[in-house]
Each structure stands twice: as C-alpha cells, then as structure tokens.
Design a protein around this ligand. Structure first.
Ligand code: ATP
Ligand code: MG
Length: 302
C-alpha cells in the first residue's frame, strides 16, 4: 500500500523489528530474531494515519489519527482493570521502539486471534439498523417492532461478525455460527466478556456526557496461558460509534465522535464501485477534531 510509506509506518520504521503484516490501518512487526514459523516473543503494532471506510483505505491519511487511536486504546485498557489485555508490561529483551513512533505504537503479546469481530450494540445504527429494517432482528437477535435509526435498545445486544480474510467484506453472523467457528465454551465467553466490557465502558463514557452507541472488540487466546485476551485497538473512534449525549437528548442524532463524517461524505459522493474519491481537506480536518475532542472528553486530557 503506497499510503503505508506516506504515513511513515513502512517496513523500515523500526530497526530490530521485521515487518510482518499490513492491515488497513496498522502495521505489525515481530522481533528480527524471530525464527520463521516460531511464535514471536511479542508484536509491535504501529497505528498509521490511514482511514478506512466501507472496507477501503482512503486518501489522504488523517494526520495525528494513529497517535489519537493509540492513546485512547491505552487509556481504555487501563480503565478496564481485570480484563486480560494484550499489552506487554515488561519489554526487557525486546528491540526498543524508536522514539518517533512510540506514541502510535503498542508492544503486545502475539495471540491466536479468533476470526470474530465481537460487536456490541446499545443503540440501533449502521448495519444493525439496515438488518433491523429487513428482519426486525440483528444477527439473529429479535428486537421489538417500531424502532428507529439511532434508537436506544432495551438492552445491549451481541451482534458478531465473521472477520473475513484480507480484501473480503466482514459479514454479520449469528451467535450459533460463532459456536461453529470456535466452539460453545469460547463463543459464550466471547459474548459474555464483550457485553460486560461494553457495559463498563458505556457507563464510564456516560459519566462524561458521551454515548457509546456500539463498538467492536477483537479477542485472541494467549498461547502460553490459554487465557482469552482483549486485543487490537479497544473502544476507539475507529472501532466504535460515540455520540454527544446532550445533543442526542435534544433530538439531534448527527453529533458523532467517530468516522461517521467520513462515511456520510463517501455515501453522498461515491457509488461504492471502483476507487473511492479523495477526501476533501475539510472532511479530514473535521474528523481529526472530532477524534481529538473524544479523547479530551473521555480522558480529561487537553
Ligand atoms: P485486516 O487484518 O483484515 O486488514 P484491519 O484492517 O482491521 O483488518 P488493522 O487493524 O489495520 O487490520 O491491523 C491490525 C491487525 O492485527 C488485525 O488483523 C488484528 O486482528 C491483528 N491483531 C491485533 N492485536 C493482535 C495480537 N495481540 N496478536 C495478533 N494479532 C493481533
Ligand atoms: Mg482493525
């Protein structure tokens, strides 16, 4: 991806680390000394400024986004005491992380990731709203009739998606399908943990005047302890819908602190065939301002 180099997260970004994988937003590295086929001692995850929507990486990048997402993830991992997460506390023996990228990097345990995006929705929006209109249910979870776009659900629901291999579209699936994918015990644990973390996070956000409308978690298994571990980014404005509570209460349902600005602009200016158009500068600027405001609201940082 040409934008990988442009946003400074290319293969040469970290001496001592070998580039492993480019996701849509993140670059993954393993210690250079990792033998082929051996389990790496750790992963270096570097968040770029790339923004993706509708499964496409867009141009240009959003300057500062990688750092904002990383800071917010770290903050949330810290809030969620008691939930095992992938951050490596002791980096002794690992290659150092260059100062230029520490603010958008995390050194994490290399987990066996489950191929499931663990989505929790407290409100009806996005693909959940689409599915509801067609079937009055989301991912097999039946809902009451008469709900509108943006409505609060009677209680949070777990609506998993299959994490499609690179280049394919993630697809909403039922809980039963997750049982087929990872077995009953793990599927149940993923659901219960996802709902618990959503509830805790939503309460923390609510106390700061922010609605956590929905979010997506990714979990993996710690190969050493077997423990189900919270991974990837967590509760960021890329992986979640966040709304301003005061605006929502007054009936305004467009005040979001997430990628919705980008999605809305794309939906209005692109028919979703071929290459997406370049984002206008004002959309880029609005997006970074919203991401920054969310971080400030939640963490109290200026
Ligand atoms: P894709 O991987 O399909 O490109 P993506 O666009 O969401 O999805 P990124 O978020 O850019 O990818 O890259 C992060 C990748 O790292 C994801 O595939 C995620 O599942 C994986 N990942 C995150 N944390 C860990 C971990 N602790 N161990 C192993 N893999 C991880
Ligand atoms: Mg991702």
């Amino acid at each position: 991806q040409s934008s990988a180099a442009a946003s400074g997260a290319g293969a040469s970004a970290a001496p001592g680390w070998r580039h492993l994988y480019s996701g849509k937003v993140r670059e993954l590295f393993v210690p250079e000394t990792t033998a082929p086929d051996a389990a790496p001692a750790a992963l270096l995850v570097v968040a770029s400024d790339r923004v993706s929507a509708f499964d496409h990486v867009l141009e240009p990048g959003i300057h500062g986004k990688g750092e904002l997402l990383t800071e917010l993830s770290r903050w949330w991992f810290h809030q969620l005491q008691g939930v095992p997460n992938h951050l490596v506390g002791d980096d002794a023996g690992l290659p150092p992380v260059p100062a230029e990228i520490t603010a958008r990097s995390m050194v994490v345990k290399s987990l066996e990731m489950f191929p499931i995006e663990c989505v929790v929705r407290g409100y009806l929006s996005g693909s959940g709203w689409k599915e509801y209109q067609a079937s009055q249910s989301v991912c097999g979870v039946a809902l009451p009739p008469g709900l509108h776009d943006g409505d609060r659900l009677p209680e949070p629901i777990y609506t998993p998606a299959y994490k499609a291999p690179m280049g394919e579209h993630d697809e909403n699936i039922t809980f039963e399908r997750t049982v087929e994918l990872v077995g009953l015990e793990t599927a149940t644990a993923l659901r219960d943990l996802s709902l618990e973390v959503y509830r805790r996070a939503a309460a923390i956000a609510e106390a700061r005047g922010v609605i956590l409308a929905d979010t997506k978690f990714e979990f993996g298994r710690d190969p050493e302890t077997g423990e189900i571990t919270l991974a990837d980014e967590v509760l960021t404005s890329d992986s979640s819908r966040y709304w301003d509570a005061a605006a929502y209460d007054s009936g305004e349902r467009t005040a979001s602190f997430d990628k919705q600005i980008v999605r809305n602009w794309l939906a209005a200016n692109w028919d979703q065939t071929g290459t997406p158009p370049t984002l206008p500068q004002e959309i880029v600027e609005q997006t970074v301002l919203r991401y920054r405001e969310l971080l400030a609201r939640l963490t109290g940082a200026a």
